[in-house]
Design a protein around this ligand. Structure first.
Ligand code: GLY
Ligand code: MN
Ligand code: MN
Length: 432
């Protein structure tokens, strides 16, 4: 708590108010505590949008921001009995002062107080469609407020997702510092485990080592469940079983990132468990690396945010053709989407509070253009499944390379550059 800076969150609420139309109110919910099974819960993770505007880390809370700049928090009442079990609770009075709200109330009073806050407003903004339970509550608050103001127009309900998402798209100084640190921790952790990885280790041995490095380097949590996929399991994009042996001669694909100050990092490296790429592994690896580098250069201020995607499709198609995995002309491969047999995900995603940051890629049919201080992952891959119509020596090879890129007007910055990415560098590191 010591480095909590209330001004960051107050400034964001002021900016949100500025972006709202006159006579409107934003209503935003925190995360809930999620039951794991009887009497146990998953670790609490605050909703990223709620955190972005409050810095407040408790469940069962609601924030309102009005277009005139006033903000109100509803949170749990302080309860010393409950604190003996679950730890410190702010309670409305202390939360109001510490987090800089204009008012704060006990959440149990929300059904009486909130309709009064929203009555007479023209528009209620909310992140619609994320939770049926919250949507139903919003509808009931609007109905109650409308019934109090029979002689005025009804309140419009508007989805605020693009407004908040657009704000979150451009990272402020504080966010860039946290993302930089998250990326640094993830990168030195990848480097360290890559150096220690050996034949005989299982996927979960490596998983333990990555999670341990994250924690030892200052990150308590992974930003998503790591993917540690030996051999052909690398072709399963969301493989998280991480419970198999990795055989001598196989590659292991590791997609693992951490969270620091609520901000994500997201790195993938693919390396030979015995420290030396085979000819086929290396050929595919170099095609992916070339596509990765080309796509990074396409993440340029002023370019549409889909340019890295198109660049990666072209580069991978040419590479797949060069090594004989695809036949025909480059135009034909691209027109018929033949590369999708081997490259069946997108090039990357926005990253910030969420690993897949809750930000738009287009608004009203217009693609978002890259601007300074956006953060995107670049993560091309080639996956040769057993079902592919190719020579057996290629089958079961899956390679992805993923780095996190800060877009700047004078070029991109690779925030995860501390992990080796050239095949020779990886082999060198693994032999040390
Ligand atoms: N780790 C999830 C992703 O790369 O998108
Ligand atoms: Mn990613
Ligand atoms: Mn990833």
């Amino acid at each position: 708590m010591s480095d909590f800076n209330v001004n960051i969150f107050k400034a964001r609420r002021a900016e949100v108010a500025k972006r709202m139309e006159d006579n409107s109110i934003l209503v935003l919910s925190s995360s809930k505590l999620v039951s794991r099974n009887n009497d146990t819960t998953f670790p609490f993770r605050q909703d990223s949008n709620f955190y972005y505007l409050t810095g407040f880390q408790e469940p069962d809370s609601i924030l309102t921001v009005q277009s005139d700049g006033r903000s109100v928090l509803f949170c749990r009442k302080k309860n010393s009995e409950l604190e003996k079990w679950d730890g410190f609770m702010w309670g409305p009075d202390a939360a109001k002062d510490h987090f800089g709200f204009d008012e704060a109330h006990d959440i149990s009073e929300i059904n009486e107080i909130l309709p009064n806050l929203i009555r007479g407003q023209k528009t209620l903004n909310a992140l619609v469609g994320k939770s049926l339970e919250f949507d139903q509550k919003v509808t009931s608050w609007i109905n109650k407020a409308n019934s109090m103001e029979r002689h005025q127009g009804n309140i419009d309900l508007k989805n605020f997702s693009n407004v908040l998402g657009s704000m979150r798209l451009i990272k402020d100084r504080n966010e860039i510092d946290l993302i930089r640190k998250s990326c640094e921790i993830a990168a030195i952790s990848h480097r360290s485990v890559m150096q220690k990885a050996k034949v005989g280790m299982t996927e979960y041995d490596l998983e333990t080592m990555y999670l341990n490095e994250f924690k030892m380097n200052g990150s308590r949590e992974a930003s998503y469940t790591p993917i540690i996929a030996g051999g052909k399991r690398a072709c399963i994009l969301h493989y998280i079983d991480n419970n198999q042996n990795i055989k001598d001669g196989e590659l292991v694909l590791v997609d693992a990132g951490c969270e620091y100050g609520m901000y994500a990092s997201d790195i993938t490296r693919t390396y030979p468990i015995n420290g030396k790429f085979t000819g086929e592994q290396r050929a595919i690896y170099d095609v992916v690396l070339e596509a990765h580098n080309a796509a990074c250069h396409a993440a340029k201020v002023g370019n549409p945010c889909t340019d890295p995607q198109k660049t990666s499709e072209k580069s991978l198609s040419q590479g797949l053709k060069d090594i004989g995995l695809l036949k025909g002309s480059l135009d034909e491969i691209l027109e018929k989407n033949l590369y999708r047999e081997f490259y069946y995900h997108k090039i990357g995603h926005w990253m910030g509070l969420d690993v897949h940051d809750d930000c738009p890629y287009s608004i009203d049919g217009k693609e978002i253009l890259f601007e300074d201080d956006m953060v995107m992952t670049i993560e091309p891959g080639i996956y040769v499944n057993d079902t592919a119509d190719v020579d057996a020596r290629w089958k079961g090879i899956g390679v992805r390379i993923e780095n996190d890129i800060l877009v700047k007007s004078d070029g991109y910055e690779n925030l995860t550059a501390k992990v080796p990415v050239q095949a020779e560098e990886i082999e060198q590191l693994m032999s040390e």
